[in-house]
Design a protein around this ligand. Structure first.
Ligand code: SAM
Length: 286
């Protein structure tokens, strides 16, 4: 059976080919055959991808396609596709476009009526989520949190009451500060899973509270090396309660505790004494 399901072989087609995130055996048979057969392989880092292709015994034509040249190269690739060329897009690891280049090209391919075909495979976010031991029925992929602390804290604040599991990519250089911000904003008791070096020799998957993970990463420098995904449990508080507390937080920045609690009680119908107690607690935490 042919791996190409297109009825019109002369039409150009853009293939999005997932590659391994560590273990080179994690590539599909279909990906290998496709990479061997396309006219061009657009790759984020050609030297990096050359090693994978050599390992697979493929001598494909590599074309650098990354965030610094995608504006300039996208029209050229679209022209080649219109001329009937078959192009595969790969990234350094995992699924292209997932925190990796390619969006512009795929968007333009659709705009020009060019067929886009995904060849699924490894993705660090999904691998981490599947092994995290946290709810997987609904989740939010947040990619990399901002590097600057204020911007990162703002993003985390906005996610504090999100009830779905949260998946983040985190640079090992920022793992401590990111975990500490998460502990301070989501609360030390919130459960989370750190998935490091997935599919590689030093693969480590640890589920604990954010406070415990922070302590562990601070005290063991090995946990600050390599590639990391963090999966955070969603907020368990009922939606109405979470909304009332969010309101309380906003008002507490402007009003005294008693007045803030009374106003939120009026607005939400929640118990005034309970809100007063939570307000005192929030005031103490800040
Ligand atoms: N497109 C890739 C994918 O499908 O997973 C993600 C690319 S993104 C630029 C790189 C980030 O993915 C890393 O910083 C890390 O957060 C995560 N990652 C990639 N490989 C990983 C691995 N083997 N173990 C844990 N995290 C990994």
């Amino acid at each position: 059976m042919s791996i190409e399901s297109s009825p019109r072989q002369l039409d150009g087609c853009l293939y999005l080919v997932a590659t391994p995130i560590g273990n080179l055996a994690d590539i599909t048979q279909r990906a290998i055959e496709m990479l061997a057969q396309v006219d061009v392989i657009a790759a984020e880092d050609t030297r990096h991808s050359q090693r994978l292709l050599s390992h697979l015994g493929i001598t494909g034509r590599l074309q650098a396609y990354h965030e610094h040249n995608e504006d300039q190269l996208t029209p050229q690739l679209i022209t080649q596709l219109q001329q009937g060329r078959q192009i595969a897009l790969i990234s350094d690891a995992g699924t292209p476009l997932v925190s990796d280049p390619g969006y512009r090209l795929v968007e333009q391919a659709h705009a020009h009526g060019i067929r886009v075909v995904p060849l699924p495979g490894a993705c660090a976010a999904i691998a981490a989520l599947s092994a995290a031991g946290l709810a997987t029925d609904r989740f939010v992929f947040e990619g990399f949190p901002p590097a600057k602390q204020q911007a990162r804290q703002n993003v985390l604040q906005a996610l504090k009451y999100e009830s779905r599991s949260l998946v983040f990519y985190v640079s090992c250089h920022r793992i401590i500060e990111t975990l500490c911000d998460m502990r301070d904003i989501f609360g030390g008791e919130r459960e989370a899973t750190l998935a490091r070096e997935l599919t590689k020799t030093f693969e480590t998957i640890r589920k604990a509270t954010l406070a415990a993970l922070c302590h562990w990463v601070e005290s063991d420098e090995n946990q600050r090396k390599g590639e990391i995904v963090l999966v955070i449990a969603g907020n368990r508080e009922p939606v109405e309660e979470a909304a009332a507390i969010r309101m309380l937080e906003v008002l507490l920045a402007e009003l005294p505790v008693k007045q803030a609690a009374a106003l939120v009680a009026k607005l939400t119908g929640s118990n005034k004494n309970e809100l007063y107690r939570r307000a005192l607690q929030l005031k103490q935490d800040t």
